[in-house]
Design a protein around this ligand. Structure first.
Ligand code: AHM
Ligand code: MG
Length: 339
């Protein structure tokens, strides 16, 4: 019987590829993997425990109910704080960035941005959710890490990944040398390499967008959706519409099958909804590494300047040819509205 390669074994095997000092990034990825297993354990028994609903609610003893995204945030923060390789965390759950200044972390070189439980509104109804993470080298040399350390463009990421808590639990990550996926084997409690060198198809037949917002979409997006729905056998249209409402799950499916995920700006959210630092940038890095494309409709996501840790952006992400086509609709519509 062939023995499955664990995440830990794979990381050590690949650490010779890392641009910077060996060992540290490996340990950081290992720490994230351990926290993901703890979160997975809780997500899997969500219906059995008193961990659904809003954290602001109190239970009958007057204690705060543990909401799962608060719990996930605590787990990742604890793992990153005690691991010794991370000097700052930016989390969707915390308004401010969190410098880690403990003795064990004072010489740490990495910044981690994280969405601990993305799509958490789906948790109460047993639909897949995820964790997204992004890793940067700190740019400051001395003292505690500061804001400039995290306001780096996505193209400076040294690693990024996501965990999907779905029909099985998977961890997918890149260090800029391709994308690899690991499935959690619950019998041994290890992530095992199941999807080596993941590549996304150049084109596909799935489009994923919250069409309930249609009335508020830019004209280019409205026209692209109509294009997706036209009957044209040669280009395999009409495409299939699939939208879970968990970015990780929607993008994971499209990465494997081929497709496009769009969260555009709308009349009500002029900057889009999804956050650059811990949602768009890491997913864009992964998709590009898998052969796909990610833009805001005009500019590469990874090249956008970051001015705020919770900055939002529209995103068009997925199979290269599909994203290019959608961008063409955005450009054509912008040009025709000027003429
Ligand atoms: P969250 O980080 O608060 O969970 O919000 C992000 C989620 C994404 O996972 C998903 O793609 C999007 O919000 C869905 O938004 P909508 O319900 O507007 O379609
Ligand atoms: Mg999120």
């Amino acid at each position: 019987m062939v023995q499955a390669k664990t995440l830990g074994q794979f990381i050590i095997e690949k650490q010779a590829d890392f641009k910077y000092a060996k060992g540290e990034l490996s340990r950081l990825l290992r720490d994230i993997g351990i926290a993901a297993k703890i979160v997975n354990r809780e997500v899997n028994k969500a219906g059995l425990m008193d961990i659904l609903g809003n954290a602001a609610q109190t239970n009958i003893q007057g204690e705060r109910q543990q909401k799962l995204d608060v719990y996930a945030n605590e787990q990742f923060l604890a793992a990153l704080t005690s691991g010794g390789e991370c000097c700052m965390v930016v989390s969707e759950e915390n308004e401010e960035f969190i410098p880690i200044t403990s003795a064990v972390s004072k010489n740490a070189k990495y910044i981690v941005a994280i969405d601990p439980l993305d799509g958490s509104s789906n948790i109460d109804v047993n639909v897949a959710v995820g964790t997204i993470f992004s890793i940067y080298r700190r740019v400051s040399v001395n003292g505690a890490a500061n804001l400039a350390d995290v306001l780096q463009a996505g193209n400076a990421q040294v690693a990024a990944g996501y965990v999907i808590y779905g029909s099985s639990t998977m961890l997918v990550y890149t260090t800029g040398k391709g994308v690899n996926g690991f499935t959690l084997d619950p019998s041994i409690g290890e992530f095992c390499l199941s999807h080596p060198d993941m590549r996304t198809p150049e084109s596909g037949v799935i489009y994923s967008i919250n069409e309930g917002n249609y009335i508020n979409f830019p004209d280019g997006v409205k026209k692209y959706i109509k294009y997706c729905q036209v009957d044209d056998g040669q280009s395999q249209r009409p495409y299939t519409s699939r939208y879970i409402g968990s970015m990780v799950a929607d993008i994971h499916r499209n990465l494997i099958k081929g497709g496009i995920f769009i969260y555009p700006k709308t009349a009500t959210s002029p900057q889009g909804k999804l956050r650059m630092v811990y949602e768009c940038n890491p997913m864009a890095f992964i998709l590009e590494q898998a052969g796909g494309r990610a833009t805001d409709g005009a500019t590469r996501i990874l090249d956008l300047a970051i001015t705020d840790i919770h900055q939002r952006s529209p995103i068009f992400i997925g199979s290269k040819k599909m994203v290019e086509k959608a961008e063409q609709f955005m450009i054509d519509t912008a040009v025709s509205s000027v003429c």
